[in-house]
Ligand binder design. Structure first.
Ligand code: GLU
Length: 285
C-alpha cells in the first residue's frame, strides 16, 4: 500500500472529530434559505459517527444567513450591529433546527458560542475545554459558532475555518474536516485556470503552498477562502490533528473520508511538543 493510501486508512481510526460546515454549504444558493434536506443528512451522518463510538463536534456557520431569512430575506447586513442582530435571530433558529434533527435520532445537541476572548483568557479557555470534555463524556454533540452577537472586529476570530482549528486544538481532536464549496486545494484557481492541479495530500505547509492558497480562494456566502483554510491547516496539524478540506455539496463525503476513501485534500498532522495554542491567536486588540 502506498503512503497516500496508508494515510487515508488511518482516518478510519479517528476517535475525536471536529466537522466544520460553512454557510454556503448549509443554504440554497438561489434563495439563501436553509437547505433542510442537507442538514437532515448531515445530522444523520454525525449521529452515525457517534454511534460508531466516535466523539463528534460540529462547527456550524449560518447564523447570519439564517437570521437574514428569518427577517424576511432583507438585504445583506453591512454594519457590525446589523450582523450582530441577524446573528442573534439566526443562531437561535439554527439551533432549533439542529435540536429537532438530533432528537429524531435520539441524540442531544449543545450550543457553544466562543469569542477570541474565551481563548486568550486562560481561565475561560480552561473552562471551555472542561465543558467540551464533559459534553463529549455525556454523549452530547456540541455545536460551535463564534458568538457573533457580541463579537466586534477587535475580538473576532475572523472566520469559522480558523475557529474550528482552534477548537480541534483545544479539545485534542485527532481529525478536523472542513466542508466547503471547493473540492480541496489546487495549484491555482481551477475556475480561472483549467490546468490547475488538484493536491490530494499535504505533508508540510510550505511557503510555496501558502502562495497557491492565495490564488485558489473559494466563493463564499460566509467568510474564509483558501488562505484561511491553510491557516486552519497549520493550527490543526501543528496541534497534532489531521485535517481534510472537502466539498460539502454532498455531505455523504464525511462518511467516505472516515472510511479511508481519497476524497478532498488531506493535511497530515505532525508531532509538535512545544505546541502552544496562544501562539496561533493574535493578541492585538
Ligand atoms: N459566524 C458566522 C455565522 O454563523 C460565520 C462565519 C464563517 O462562516 O466563517 O454566520
Amino acid at each position: 500500500m502506498d503512503t497516500d493510501n496508508l494515510n487515508r486508512e488511518k482516518l478510519k481510526n479517528k476517535k475525536r472529530v471536529v466537522i466544520k460546515i460553512g454557510s454556503s454549504s448549509l443554504t440554497h444558493m438561489e434563495t439563501g434559505k436553509l437547505d433542510l434536506l442537507k442538514m437532515e443528512k448531515l445530522i444523520r451522518i454525525l449521529c452515525d459517527l457517534r454511534g460508531q463510538g466516535r466523539e463528534v463536534v460540529l462547527v456550524s456557520s449560518g447564523a447570519i444567513a439564517a437570521g437574514r431569512q428569518a427577517l424576511g430575506g432583507q438585504k445583506r447586513p453591512d454594519t457590525i450591529s446589523e450582523k450582530q442582530a441577524y446573528a442573534a435571530v439566526g443562531q437561535a433558529r439554527l439551533m432549533m433546527v439542529y435540536q429537532k434533527l438530533f432528537s429524531e435520532y435520539n441524540y442531544t445537541a449543545a450550543q457553544i458560542l466562543l469569542t477570541k476572548d474565551t481563548m486568550t483568557n486562560e481561565v475561560s479557555r480552561y473552562n471551555a475545554q472542561n465543558t467540551f470534555d464533559e459534553l463529549l463524556k455525556l454523549g452530547v454533540i456540541p455545536i460551535v459558532n463564534e458568538n457573533d452577537t457580541v463579537s466586534t472586529h477587535e475580538i473576532q476570530f475572523g472566520d469559522n475555518d480558523r475557529l474550528s482549528a482552534i477548537v480541534a486544538a483545544l479539545i485534542g481532536a485527532d481529525l478536523l474536516i472542513l466542508l466547503s464549496d471547493i473540492n480541496g486545494l489546487y495549484s491555482d484557481d481551477p475556475r480561472q485556470n483549467p490546468q490547475a492541479e488538484f493536491i490530494g495530500l499535504v505533508e508540510e505547509i510550505t511557503p510555496q503552498l501558502l502562495v497557491m492558497g492565495k490564488s485558489s480562494a473559494g466563493s463564499d456566502v460566509g467568510t474564509g477562502g483558501m488562505s484561511s483554510k491553510l491557516a486552519a491547516a497549520r493550527i490543526a496539524t501543528d496541534s497534532g490533528s489531521d485535517m481534510v478540506i472537502a466539498n460539502g455539496e454532498n455531505v455523504e463525503i464525511i462518511h467516505d473520508i472516515m472510511s479511508g476513501e481519497e476524497k478532498g485534500t488531506l493535511f497530515i498532522a505532525h508531532t509538535n511538543l512545544d505546541f502552544d495554542l496562544m501562539n496561533y491567536i493574535d493578541h492585538e486588540y
